[in-house]
Design a protein around this ligand. Structure first.
Ligand SMILES: [Fe+2]
Ligand SMILES: [Fe+2]
Length: 322
């Protein structure tokens, strides 16, 4: 019997009370021996989202990297892609330790079953979109992973994220340096603005449902992360909005001093035309249920990216013997 065929109840035998006592004593969870079924289900869920996000960013960034203005710029992009694959490996390796069949998870899963943010399903088609993704998407990754690094109760992941955090800082700096540089040219700046207009709102969605609609409360209760979705969205805006304002790129959000928080200045959430990569803001805000339906249906690049990643496994002798 493969480990994945074992029920979480067989793999993680501690009671919920025992886990809470362990955590209350200030100890980290180091493996299955410290987990309850709920803890195991929850940590598997958040690790899968994280690893899938890292993995899919590789083909997404590679597509755009091909527009690099010079070979050394292509080299920087490829080193970022290499980091992302290593980050994905950390997540999947930990999932393997938690009884998940990783070949099945990575190479045999249906593309639509991958759990990364919808933003990566929309193609990045130019060098300026790649560096803007470094400034927006890697900033989102940085915010989310710094929170996990600081707050996670799962020791092996917490320790591994020290390295990931430093690499994400490099991706972010790559993005910001390039975005600033492109802003010096009026045509490049106009192109950046046009890309930001769809990418900014997609990144706002990245943080998920607002706190009053969120389902997986164990993520906070069990200390898988420290901040709520809305707090993380605020944190991301507090990094991105001042930077964009400083370089003269318009963003549909601003800091409201009276409310002491960032406020989104356009209908949100909104309907997205994925073929044109445009928000239908004139139609006003929509329900989160409609957003969740779009996320579940996945976007234009989902099948392409996942089959690219799975192709080698499907066609070579690396495939696991039955
Ligand atoms: Fe990463
Ligand atoms: Fe990154």
């Amino acid at each position: 019997m493969t480990p994945s065929a074992l029920a979480v109840e067989e793999l993680a035998a501690r009671s919920e009370d025992e886990v809470r006592e362990h955590l209350a004593a200030g100890k980290l969870v180091e493996g299955l021996q410290h987990m309850s079924p709920d803890y195991l289900r929850g940590i598997r869920r958040i690790l899968t989202v994280s690893a899938d996000t890292e993995l899919i960013s590789a083909p997404a960034y590679l597509r755009a990297a091909q527009h690099a203005p010079a070979l050394n710029n292509f080299g920087s992009a490829v080193s970022i892609i290499q980091d992302e694959l290593a980050h994905a490996h950390i997540g999947y390796r930990l999932l393997g330790d938690l009884g998940v069949d990783t070949n099945e998870l990575i190479y045999e899963r249906e593309p639509a079953a991958f759990k990364y943010p919808y933003a990566f399903d929309v193609p990045l088609d130019s060098w300026s979109e790649l560096v803007l993704a470094n400034a927006l998407y890697d900033q989102a990754g940085f915010v989310l992973l710094s929170d996990v690094h600081r707050s996670s109760t799962f020791g092996p992941w917490k320790r591994a994220l020290a390295k990931v955090d430093k690499e994400e800082t490099f991706h972010l700096r790559h993005g910001r340096t390039w975005v600033k540089k492109l802003c010096a040219d009026a045509d490049d700046k106009a192109r950046l603005q046009a890309s930001l207009d769809w990418m900014f709102i997609l990144t706002l969605e990245w943080f998920g449902l607002p706190d009053d609609r969120k389902k997986h409360s164990e993520q906070l209760d069990y200390g898988f992360k420290g901040k709520s979705n809305d707090q993380l969205r605020q944190w991301w805006m507090s990094e991105v909005v001042p930077f964009m304002e400083e370089i003269g790129i318009d963003v549909p959000a601003h800091f409201d001093a009276e409310l002491d928080r960032y406020v989104i200045d356009c209908p949100f959430p909104a309907q997205f035309d994925e073929e044109k990569r445009e928000w239908l803001l004139d139609d006003g805000a929509i329900e989160w249920d409609d957003v969740v339906t779009r996320w579940r249906g996945r976007g234009p690049m989902n099948r392409d990216y996942v089959t690219t990643l799975q192709r080698g496994y499907q066609t070579t002798s690396l495939r696991r013997a039955a």
